[in-house]
Design a protein around this ligand. Structure first.
Ligand code: F3S
Length: 298
């Protein structure tokens, strides 16, 4: 069995940057608190906790004086509340998310009603909507938009981790359904390039392997999109968080397995998955130790 890694996978620059910033702050100040998880990967959150970086769910849980804004950003109203409490802020909002926040703010200030193509339960989307100053809605389904009495000016942007295909389909459906009401439509493409490259590489690989293993947090939007995109090609796809979740059934009878990982998946976990796959493959074929890695593409 061959194991092949996608050409682009794993940590993106936004996640690396956020981790470097909080680790530096924890070294300097002993401990810091993040408002919500810094990134959507439980293994990283556990490692950060050991370094004194604690995730809290609400302002009332804060115990220290330094608050970290996570990589997916916050609503401006929440930032004002932190400032009003006299706390220090360490902002690790990814620059790409920041661009989406600014786009939402500028659209709202120019009189546009803002639609965010995204998961309304996701913190990034919630934050971006906050920057639209109450003049917007988030949805993945353009049928939902029909429930609203649309104003003449509408601006649409996307959650940074959505797929181009999904965004394009949404826009097509929206235009078909709403042109009788909307007089001016502005589309801001806020999909992140790191996401686009990971999706492209995963799709390319999914097209020529027997099954795909997608590694990353179950609550990670970009990992979910990767898994959905791979499954959409028809290839058997497994979304796992850790190496322990792999079993022989996932690989037996396959001649080539593709691997990809979300933007918040640490290199160590990817490596553990690769080692587990090698070990299981060797067990299945009962190969002697010296032949176990033969044929693997990484
Ligand atoms: Fe930022 Fe894109 Fe990563 S939005 S956090 S660079 S997936």
């Amino acid at each position: 069995m061959r194991i092949e890694k996608a050409k682009e996978m794993g940590f993106c620059f936004g996640v690396r940057r956020a981790l470097e910033l909080v680790e530096k702050a924890a070294r300097e100040h002993g401990s810091v608190e993040t408002l919500g998880p810094l990134v959507h990967n439980q293994q990283i959150i556990d490692i950060l906790a050991q370094l004194g970086i604690r995730a809290v769910e609400s302002l009332d849980e804060l115990q220290g004086s330094i608050v970290v804004i996570p990589s997916h950003g916050l609503r401006p109203q929440m930032i004002e509340e932190i400032q009003a409490r006299g706390l220090r802020i360490l902002d690790t909002t990814c620059p790409i998310v920041r661009k989406a926040q600014i786009a939402a703010k500028e659209l709202a200030q120019a009189g546009f009603w803002v639609i965010v193509f995204g998961d309304k339960g996701h913190p990034e989307v919630n934050g971006v909507l906050g920057w639209a100053e109450g003049r917007g809605v988030a949805t993945l389904d353009n049928e939902v938009v029909k429930e609203f009495d649309l104003p003449p000016q509408v601006g649409i942007l996307s959650q940074t981790t959505q797929s181009y295909t999904g965004f394009a389909q949404f826009l097509t459906g929206f235009v078909a359904a709403s042109l009788s009401q909307v007089k001016e439509l502005r589309i801001v493409n806020t999909i992140c390039d790191a996401t686009r490259k990971r999706q492209g590489a995963a799709l390319e690989l999914a097209g020529r392997v027997d099954s795909m293993i997608v590694i990353g947090g179950r609550n990670s939007a970009n990992t979910q999109c990767l898994a959905e995109a791979c499954a959409f090609t028809g290839v058997k796809t497994y979304h796992i968080e850790q190496a322990e979740e792999i079993n022989k059934d996932m690989i037996s009878g396959r001649s080539c397995i593709g691997i990809t990982a979300g933007a918040s998946t640490p290199d160590e976990i990817i490596q553990e998955v690769l080692l587990k796959l090698e070990a299981l493959n060797a067990e299945i074929w009962n190969l002697p130790q010296h032949q176990r890695t033969e044929g693997s593409a990484y």
